[in-house]
Design a protein around this ligand. Sequence first.
Ligand SMILES: [Zn+2]
Length: 202
Amino acid sequence: MRQCYLCGKGLRKNENKSKDHVPPKCIFPKEKPQNLITVPCCIECNGSFKLLDEKMRNFFAVLAGDKSGEVSWIARHEILRSGRLRKDFLSYAKPRPSLVDEKGNPRLVFYFNSEELERWLIRVVKGLAFYRTWIRIKDGAFYKMKVLSEFVPQPSNTFPMEQGLEFRPHFVYGVIQEGNTDFWVLIFYDHLMFSITVDIPT
Ligand SMILES: [Zn+2]
């Protein structure tokens, strides 16, 4: 029996079985790539990320600006519409005066420091890991997130990861596995780069 990639529950057709897109399909424009990744998921876990998916999409797309294309337009609209989301968004992105762009303006560096972001990125990694191996990452694995805000994503031919997949410009990932440690890099909208290190218990 197939398992839910998040909670590990057995999945039964017409009962609790569904498919989850990883990364969530809302981060793509209306015209979606044909080969998006899906993994088996229970209906409960699938529903539990819906609001967070939209929130992260909105924040990422707005931070990436034009790079996220039409998604940025939707995201901006949603953030402007909601006072709470706007306030939340401002707490995610802070200017860092020591960094300036080529015109001398303070560069916006995103300091994501949020349990929510980490929870969301870990979920994406769990999905990608399941897609690669058809095995759930063991419960008890230890995750460490890093925001790689000073890095500029490189064109794919210089992408240093051993294996990965890309839906440029919306999403690219790579993973290096070494012993019981997996090092994942996730890039959204060719602009926001995160790493998740997963230590898997033996
Ligand atoms: Zn589940």
